[in-house]
Design a protein around this ligand. Structure first.
Ligand code: AHM
Ligand code: MG
Length: 334
């Protein structure tokens, strides 16, 4: 046997630790991994294939869709809708709940996903990614509706994201730590390269879209001002700033060397309540961050404990290294 552990071996090993396991979750994770491999290939070849442009449509958020937003959404749906693990799906790109076609069996899980997060970065060749969250479909529900999906983040069975950067990486948690897999493009397999990822408690790196500064609340103004002042202000260290405008790349950075990522509430009309979507961006990323020892909050409450009002709801997001997130939460309390 090869010295490497691939994703399939990893999840089968995990499955064997639970005698009740039916293998459904393992099957679903494998389906997601297959979809991500195809998306990785498409993203990589988008320029050559002439699919890197803007589509003539808007998504449910009223945002202009890229051709790849639509294509990658179809890839996810087509990989996931027929294998019998899911009862329904919800996607950033589709307003309604996506039902399983009549000819296919239904399963016991629900999934929410953003098929291509950060897609505004496609034309400038920066990292983009796929984010997903798996929930249980309650017993007895045969026709899931939006109400079936409105479960708190703490109910998640599994969450993960795939980042299409210099390497394609799949990061995953089932509530037992966070593990990172690198796609071996030659063999076509995800290999466990980053077992048990942990976020350092302290950091001197923050990520926020500074162009929104005048719209932030006082607590965020105070925190970022102090970071900017560094040792000349009240802090005992100087800070560095990063902003990739791609949440998957930011969270991956936080997972590897610590940091703090903020998309706070602001008073711009389009983004009232925050920009990022709870059920397929904030919630899965919060599960991952908490499992890696970090914290994820709106500033006022733990994101994992928010009861969703709708599948496409937006929330403020403040996540990353424990001691910095706790500091911002305390500024909100002040
Ligand atoms: P998207 O789902 O439309 O790609 O938007 C989400 C992205 C995040 O990846 C990123 O953190 C944020 O939007 C960037 O926002 P901004 O354009 O304000 O920098
Ligand atoms: Mg997104």
């Amino acid at each position: 046997m090869s010295p490497h552990i691939n994703l399939t071996q990893f999840i089968v090993k995990q499955q064997r630790t639970n005698p009740q396991s039916t293998g459904d979750l393992s099957g679903l994770i494998n389906d997601i991994a297959s979809a991500c491999k195809e998306i990785s290939h498409l993203v990589n070849r988008s320029g050559i294939m002439g699919i890197g442009g803007v589509a003539e449509s808007e998504n449910v958020q009223g945002e202009v869709q890229k051709e790849l937003d639509i294509i990658t959404n179809d890839v996810m749906v087509n990989h996931l809708n027929w294998t019998g693990h899911l009862a329904a799906m919800a996607s950033e790109e589709i307003e309604e709940i996506i039902q399983i076609p009549k000819q296919f069996p239904k399963g016991k899980y629900l999934i929410t996903f953003d098929p291509l997060d950060g897609s505004s970065n496609i034309d400038i060749n920066l990292s983009v990614g796929t984010i997903f969250s798996i929930l249980r479909c309650p017993d007895g529900v045969t026709e899931p509706t939006e109400a079936t999906f409105k479960q708190k983040g703490i109910e998640q069975v599994c969450a993960g994201f795939c980042v299409y950067g210099p390497t394609t990486m799949l990061i995953i948690t089932t509530g037992n730590g966070v593990d990172g897999f690198t796609l071996d493009q030659d063999v076509g397999e995800f290999i466990l390269t980053h077992p048990k990822m942990t976020i350092p408690e302290d950091t001197n790196e923050f990520a926020i879209n500074m162009s929104n500064q005048r719209f932030w609340e006082e607590s965020v103004q105070r925190y970022i001002n102090e970071c900017m002042q560094g040792v000349d202000g009240g802090r005992d260290k100087n800070f560095n700033m990063r902003w990739v405008a791609s949440m998957v790349a930011e969270v991956y950075r936080v997972l590897t060397r610590g940091g703090i990522f903020l998309y706070p509430i602001d008073n711009k009309p389009l983004t009232e309540g925050g920009k990022l979507r709870l059920m397929y961006e904030a919630s899965p990323m919060s599960f991952i961050v908490e499992q890696a020892g970090g914290i994820s909050s709106t500033g006022r409450e733990r994101i994992m404990e928010i009861t969703p009002e709708g599948v496409h709801q937006r929330v403020p997001v403040i996540l990353g290294s424990k001691n910095e997130v706790e500091r911002i939460i305390s500024y909100h309390q002040d």
